[in-house]
Design a protein around this ligand. Structure first.
Ligand code: SF4
Length: 454
């Protein structure tokens, strides 16, 4: 598996695509700002959301028990999965026990986290992803690169080529209307034939035993309404205590995600329709461990809006696949080391720590601080290479000796001026894809002393 830096280097070889990816996501971020500034109570909503999640996480067993009781009373069967393997086994058993052959699935990052498609494929069972972006990447046998916009790394022409290959659309026709029509016809056939529909869960309500699924395409509803079995999958952190709390999150979610005031479909599921089975699989998969890590507990407040992805200068310029995990971006870089610290030791370093992620997070997760804390844990646990460890120790020594730091800065500026090739060379990873800036004449410290005296 390639590290984040290696995979990012592949992505940015195509400079035009990198610029386009960066600008597209920044456009989404700008829409988020407009939507957020349109609500005078925005900061109040963020505070409430953070506090509701904090309270729920502090009383999680009580709310999970209440949810199970109320869901059962509504006729929903609740299953508990300790890990990804158990989650996949539960769904596989439901498929086998009911003799199911046709399955549709709406977007669920949890099923990506658990690698459900691969598991079912391995057992000879095909699943059709019905979110348009997810279907596009599924046809291309790629994972999603973004949790809200799974095919954001692809251009219209890529989609046209994919549809031509798999759906036999006209070659070279990249008219979005034409391509959307082709996708609609293709997916409709699968919806009509489906026997079991898998959906995610955005919010589960302990008080009512019901849950809410948000989509812009209505595909979760189409699947759940036509199939005779509806299986909803959720990590336990999706729980909120009461229905009255929903408004806080629904107002924040899509404004943060895409700048829309509300998702096109916010579908409430409370009980199966007559003759239908409804199941909900509640998954731990390392969440309890994260809950027990005080420094990282807040990451479980995440409502998966992806605002932190869209604003992150590293994500925008390195692409989602460079994170080699189901949930990419800043929040993925906090969640994934919890799942496998060794395999994901590179991710907390894929950040400038600029703090923009924490600024936009609707539930006020201290994302950049957690990334910084993960770096310390990962270095202490010995999961970084000797070179990085040594250079970190060197920098630590330099930063804690002000006179030495000032001298090194002076020397650095001097050598960069008279012998720029010492820095601008292929051995310097910072130089590979960018011009190094011209060295300033003086340090900020020197400038400050001079100007403060004026
Ligand atoms: S960490 Fe915050 S900004 Fe990022 S996806 Fe989660 S809720 Fe959204």
């Amino acid at each position: 598996m390639k590290s984040h830096a290696e995979a990012a280097a592949e992505f940015i070889k195509d400079g035009e695509r990198t610029d386009w990816h960066d600008e597209t996501l920044w456009f989404v971020r700008a829409k988020r700002d407009l939507a957020a500034h349109g609500l005078p109570e925005w900061e109040q909503l963020r505070d409430w959301a953070s506090e509701i999640k904090n309270h729920t996480l502090s009383n999680i067993s009580q709310y999970l028990t209440a949810f199970e009781k109320n869901a059962n009373a509504n006729g929903i069967t609740v299953h508990w999965a300790a890990d990804a393997e158990e989650h996949n086994r539960i769904i596989h058993k439901l498929i086998k026990d009911n003799g199911i052959e046709k399955i549709v699935k709406s977007k669920s990052m949890l099923t990506e986290e658990c690698h459900l498609n691969e598991y079912l494929n391995h057992h000879g069972i095909a699943t059709i992803d019905t979110d348009l972006g997810e279907r596009i990447v599924q046809l291309r046998q790629e994972p999603p690169s973004h949790i809200v916009l799974p095919a954001i790394h692809l251009k219209k022409q890529d989609v046209s080529d994919t549809f031509h290959e798999f759906l036999h659309t006209e070659k070279g026709n990249n008219d979005p209307q034409y391509l959307t029509e082709a996708a609609r016809i293709h997916l409709r056939d699968h919806f009509v034939a489906s026997e079991l529909a898998i959906t995610g869960v955005n919010f589960a309500i302990a008080e009512t035993g019901g849950f809410v699924v948000c989509t812009n395409e209505g595909n979760a509803d189409m699947g759940a309404h036509t199939a005779k079995i509806h299986v909803a999958c959720m990590g336990f952190e999706k729980l909120i205590p009461k229905a009255e709390h929903l408004g806080v999150f629904l107002r924040l979610l899509t404004r943060s995600a895409t700048g829309q005031p509300i998702t096109t479909y916010s579908s409430h599921f409370h009980r199966p329709r007559p003759g239908q089975q409804m199941h909900i699989v509640i998954v731990d998969n390392g969440r309890t461990r994260q809950l027990g890590r005080p420094d990282f507990r807040n990451s479980l407040k995440c409502i998966r809006c992806a605002a932190c992805f869209n604003t992150c200068p590293v994500y925008r310029r390195s692409g989602g696949h460079s994170y080699h995990t189901a949930v990419a971006g800043p929040i993925g870089s906090i969640l994934n080391p919890n799942l496998d610290m060794k395999a994901n030791a590179d991710l907390p370093f894929a950040s400038t720590l600029c703090g923009s992620c924490s600024n936009v997070c609707p539930v006020k997760i201290d994302i950049h601080e957690q990334l910084w804390k993960w770096r310390q844990v990962i270095v202490a646990e010995g999961y970084v290479g000797a070179g990085k460890k040594l250079s970190m120790q060197g920098m630590g020594f330099l930063f804690s000796h002000p006179n030495l730091y000032r001298f090194a800065g002076k020397m650095g500026r001097f050598f960069m001026r008279i012998a720029p090739f010492m820095v601008n060379n292929r051995l310097n990873p910072w130089y590979k894809q960018r011009e190094m800036p011209a060295p300033p004449k003086e340090s900020f410290g020197e400038w400050y002393i001079k100007n403060r005296k004026k």
